[in-house]
Design a protein around this ligand. Structure first.
Ligand SMILES: [Zn+2]
Length: 315
């Protein structure tokens, strides 16, 4: 995406772009960053992330960035007409108005015809970014008026650079989010933003305590983290995924889904639990999850699962 950066820095902004690529490959994120960069008031290093325009873009409150997406299965001609009248005036407070059209390839024929007119007779400082999975469904006349960027699914290194620079997470957290996100940058950001990693810390602490077979210390964690049924459910889902990871590791020595600093814990679990016991534990957790639907004391359910886990450790 170096050429997009160059376009921003040299102020050579085209009237229309197509960002084409598979779902989840980072088109929308790229469009947001590009939009922020175009209007950033900083002289260099745009988007800076700190100026008023950048901040507003970041929180989705920039009045000069418009989003259009399909209503139902397609983008309708009425939407394009509304858009055309909305963009006939000057931008509110930025040099450019950016219109991000999500699922741009879902524009119906009539809508495409109307849209083409605005491309043929550009007015004001409007910049269109069409996000598409298959740009070939657009009229050739539209495609020829847009700068086309094909997005490969984002490489891990690019994701790592982007996430480490933009967000203040350490390499371990970013690495974990990338593994969990299957290369989908939006998902990785979500994992980081929701702090799944931070809240997982206490879960791992619990796994460590279970290894020592001291029921009281495990239940102390229960008391600390479980406020309601949903918390208990999250814990059980975490445990189920953990034991699936242990099983996977037993078969394939694949530890990619576990954060690096937890891998010794994984090895310990692998050493101390037999395969058939893992299946039994997973069954027990599953039935615990089902029982949550009934009015049974959640602490008793979780406690019985802890007991099941502790009884199978050898040594
Ligand atoms: Zn800025």
């Amino acid at each position: 995406m170096q050429s997009l950066k160059n376009a921003i820095n040299k102020n050579m902004i085209s009237n229309a772009y197509i960002f084409n690529g598979a779902k989840g490959c980072g088109k929308l994120t790229a469009a947001r960053v590009f939009a922020a960069g175009i209007n950033c008031t900083n002289k260099t290093d745009r988007p800076c992330g700190y100026c008023n325009s950048c901040k507003k873009t970041d929180i989705g409150a920039n009045p000069d960035i418009l989003y259009i997406s399909p209503i139902g299965s397609s983008i309708k001609i009425e939407q394009i007409r509304e858009l055309i009248s909305a963009i006939s005036k000057k931008p509110y407070e930025n040099p450019y108005r950016i219109i991000i059209i999500e699922n741009g390839d879902k524009m119906g024929h009539e809508a495409q015809d109307a849209f083409l007119k605005t491309l043929e007779e550009p007015q004001g400082n409007n910049v269109f970014i069409l996000l598409t999975e298959n740009f070939n469904t657009l009229h050739q006349t539209i495609i020829s008026r847009c700068q086309l960027f094909n997005f490969q699914s984002v490489g891990k290194n690019i994701m790592r650079d982007y996430l480490t620079n933009k967000y203040n997470y350490n390499a371990d957290e970013v690495g974990f989010a990338i593994e969990k996100s299957s290369g989908i940058i939006g998902r990785a950001i979500e994992i980081l933003e929701k702090g799944e990693i931070l809240s997982d810390d206490i879960y791992y602490d619990l796994l460590g305590r279970l290894l020592t077979k001291k029921r009281a210390t495990a239940l102390a964690i229960y008391d600390e983290i479980i406020g309601n049924k949903e918390d208990a459910l999250n814990l059980l889902i975490f445990l189920m995924e953990w034991f699936r990871d242990v099983l996977l590791y037993k078969y394939s020595k694949n530890n990619g889904s576990v954060p690096r600093k937890r891998r010794s814990l994984l090895e310990e679990y692998d050493r101390r639990i037999k395969e058939e016991d893992i299946f039994a534990i997973i069954d027990k957790i599953k039935s615990g999850i089902r029982l949550m639907d009934f009015n049974i004391n959640t602490k008793n359910i979780v406690d019985s699962i802890f007991l099941k886990i502790m009884e199978v450790f050898d040594g």
